[in-house]
Design a binder for this molecule. Sequence first.
Ligand code: NAP
Length: 541
Amino acid sequence: MPDTPATTSVTDYEVLVVGAGFSGLYLLHRLRAEGHRVHVVEQAPEVGGTWYWNRYPGARCDVESVDYSYSWDNDLQQEWDWTEKYPAQGDILAYLKHVADRFDLRKDIDFDTTLTGAEWDESQGLWTATAADGRVYRARYLLMAVGCLSVPKDIDLPGFDNFEGRVLRTYDWPEGEHLTGQRVGVVGTGSTGAQVIPALAETVGDLTVVQRTPNFVIPTRNRPLHDGELEGIKADYPDRRVRNRTHAAGVFRNDNPKNAFEVDAEERRSTFQERWEGGGINFLGSFADLMFDQAANDAVAEFVHTKIDEIVDDPETAGSLKPKSYPLGAKRPVVATDYYETYNRDNVHLVDVKKRPLDTFTEKGFRLADGTEYELDTMVLATGFDAFTGPFTKMDIRGTEGRSLAETWNRDGAKTHLGLGTAGFPNMIIVASVGSPSVLANMVTAIEQHVEWISRLLDTMREEGYTTIEAQEPAQEAWVQTVEDVAAMTLWPNGDSGSWYRGANIDGKVQIFMPYAAGIVEYGNAIDKSAANNYEGFTLS
Ligand code: NAP
């Protein structure tokens, strides 16, 4: 913990929430309504979390607008008008600002407040958290609503410091910047890269895409909501929300119950084709066994390969864009608009660094091992995140007997019981991140599930006179094994996906499968069962 300036005042709360994104806002609203003294700290100057920071051109969610929104207030869902099938970043941010105003949340949020550390005081049963500017907060509960993808991965590109041009990260893109007419390079072809590349291609002079591993990119097929469509959805909202909460993915998907090889080749092709035309993540519901059977996955991969051949004019570029070293879905599937089409533009060039290795970045751009030089005005980095653990390990969090969370997780991997607590850190509750469905579900549904469980927990503790809750080590080990075992039943761990799901995108990070892959229904059963059995796997005292 950094030293606290002598003049700093200490503010006491019952609950301190870190983060004012979807999780933090709902926690504040719900816990405050239930009479808890709750306060939120947020490092940004505004609400929104991920949707505040990721303002890059093309940023859009691949869950439908009407489902990527809170379900806990019927007036809110009736009065808010989404305009497109999939929401752009700006629309989601506008929605969250509206929620903050409508429920008068801002008065209990400290913006521009970055916590650098938090220490558990065992004798008093309180957390003391310190902000970068020296302010100190004391609270019984520390709720970590910090998001799964909120700390960018460190730059690990050879000689990158040599580059004297401008560097932009998609993660904290300057509002309204389109790099018009410039020579621009982009590193990264994940979900972010696949959105920013087509958008920038429209405005920049020349775009060079540096690709290490190609992704399977499914067309979004975004469109305006047509006349009467939103009204119909609003009328059906109560049932729609139930359907979302009772589907493993936290959003209803019309999944085909058949396996890929139960049907003949023609039905297989037409099913893929129909889902491809429909666009979006529904494509993954083409057959029931795509994530479980390698042959089924090979069939869907081959279908996407033929699409790439059909769309991309240059056969060599098409070849480079085809993922071949991991199953579709083992990396987070990418949904984007006009991604493959973009490579037919004269101002867009793909540099496949698996085929033509990158030697180094230079003052003016970068050089390949074969001596080819690229000169650029701006480099855009869409290189991903220190997923799940980043926001925890960048803070100095000290639990029982001064135990460091960063040291513990960096050494053993991020272990939790039920994704809610971690042994040695009493009263620190994790919201929709490691150990729970989080990113493998509609995040908003997963967040609501967690917030509602946490609110029941805090009510129970208050009513029954408990003041601390802590995950038990054996229960935690068992849960980590369950999370691994569930992942092992799927094709997720196969191939060289290097997925951030298990920390494999960061050199030296302990690899452990972090999201719980059995979905929110199974997960809800597990956490409700624990609660019903006096919070089994946790110690309440
Ligand atoms: P990501 O999926 O981790 O992709 C990072 C990209 O950068 C990969 O192509 C990676 O290549 C490349 N890269 C990293 N370091 C590199 C290096 N040193 N040299 C060359 N290439 C390098 O990160 P992301 O695209 O930001 O997406 C993260 C997650 O955010 C997504 O999976 C999704 O969950 C979420 N997201 C969702 C949406 C949406 O709703 N549509 C949009 C954006 C983001 P390798 O694969 O070879 O490592």
